[in-house]
Design a protein around this ligand. Structure first.
Ligand code: PHB
Length: 398
């Protein structure tokens, strides 16, 4: 109290002195008064079908702050985590509240594509940077000039597995994807790359986003007798799918499973059992990525949480990095345009490898790995054995 009064008096004396000298009265506020906290509003599914995404991301945000502190360029960082339950109307309402009532400096999170799409107009109208740390349909970044993405896109990770399949004696494929943005992207880009390499798609199946039962779809796959089944499902659905794949005996029927890494998600992989062994898939992050930075990330994360980080955790961790560095670059001033400008073009080593925020598209450019599920020291891991370097979202060019 006493101190604040003294500061106020000192400020008044300075103002009077400035007036007497004819100096402008625009004092650099943070230098004289306590700076306002810098607010990051994370909207995540903490409940419902995609709750694992919220749990992973919240743990990663906490880890980033534990490692990097909670003050940046004199501003105290305040993270507000809100649960939208994976429902777009909730996301929109929460985003509005965060912008209007809490006056957040940055919006972040978005566990599913429809949730990011629902928020894009709010980011544009309020000129608030919106850091997408989960949703992965290609078009998302085009919905607002204020969107920056630190996760990935489905076109980015679907091409690698299509090339691998064509080179490894897989000729006939059935595709099975979840029937919404990222699934349709995965289906389209897997198909065109596989066909370009001489492969044939014998059936295309789409499963519903909410509470899918895979049994009837797997029966169709059996009947079509392809060499392989290509699958994309959003994070959280992989374990249920793998169980039904084994129960229906598809592995025994000689139908190979290939997928994007979402299906062999590190959050659930270890509990999938033998059916996952040998499954080749492509993705941008594996908890088994053999870099020193990742080993430290995984060790610290597991020590704090008793579960393994997945690709959602890494995207949130990197999202925090992008926000911290942007605030630092503006010397603590922030401001929508300035922050956005400082997010564009950031290049850094992530636990997944080297990444770049493309200044033109505001989307992430990263390595995509081809991995195989192996058991090591009694645990299942996605072991990387091939890499496509610096992959830009192929969805943007089409
Ligand atoms: C999405 O809804 O964009 C999404 C969610 C989870 C994933 C991939 C994409 O694993």
């Amino acid at each position: 109290m006493q101190k604040r009064q003294e500061t106020r008096q000192a400020l008044r004396r300075l103002a009077l002195a400035a007036l007497a000298l004819g100096l402008p009265l625009t004092l650099n506020a943070p230098a004289f008064a306590e700076a306002k906290p810098f607010k990051i509003g994370f909207i995540l599914p903490m409940t419902g079908q995609s709750a694992s995404t919220g749990r992973q991301e919240e743990a990663a945000i906490k880890l980033y702050m534990a490692q990097n502190g909670s003050t940046v360029a004199g501003r105290k960082i305040e993270v507000i985590v809100k649960d939208d339950g994976g429902v777009a109307d909730q996301t929109r309402r929460i985003a509005q509240e965060l912008v209007v009532n809490d006056k957040v400096d940055v919006l972040a999170g978005f566990g599913l594509t429809p949730l990011a799409l629902a928020t894009a107009p709010i980011a544009t109208q309020s000129k608030t940077p919106m850091v997408v740390t989960a949703a992965a349909t290609s078009i998302i970044t085009e919905q607002s000039p204020y969107i920056v993405r630190t996760s990935f896109t489905l076109p980015q990770v679907s091409i690698g597995i299509a090339e691998w399949a064509a080179k490894n004696k897989i000729r006939k494929v059935v595709t099975l994807v979840t029937d919404y943005g990222p699934g349709i992207d995965a289906e389209k880009f897997f198909k065109s790359q596989f066909q370009l390499n001489g492969g044939q798609i014998v059936a295309e199946i789409r499963s519903p986003l909410r509470s899918p039962d895979f049994a009837p779809f797997l029966q169709k796959v059996r009947d079509a007798q392809p060499d392989a089944l290509f699958v994309f499902l959003p994070s959280g659905q992989g374990a249920a799918f793998m169980k039904q794949f084994a129960e229906r005996g598809l592995d025994k029927a000689g139908i190979k499973l290939i997928a994007t890494g979402d299906v062999l998600d590190d959050d659930q992989l270890n509990d999938m059992g033998d059916v996952a062994l040998g499954v080749v898939n492509s993705h941008h992050y594996s908890a088994a990525h053999p870099s020193a930075l990742n080993k430290k990330f995984v060790t610290d994360f597991q020590a704090a949480n008793k579960f393994r980080p997945n690709f959602m955790a890494v995207a949130a961790y990197d999202g925090m990095r992008v926000i911290y560095k942007a605030l630092e670059a503006t010397k603590g001033q922030g401001g929508g345009e300035a922050l956005l400008g400082a997010m564009k073009g950031q290049i850094f080593e992530s636990p997944r490898g080297q990444v770049l925020i493309d200044a033109q598209t505001r989307d992430i450019v990263q390595d995509v790995y081809i991995r195989k599920v192996e058991r090591k020291d009694g645990q299942l891991w996605n072991v990387e054995f091939d890499v496509q370097k610096s992959v830009k979202d192929p969805g943007k060019a089409k």
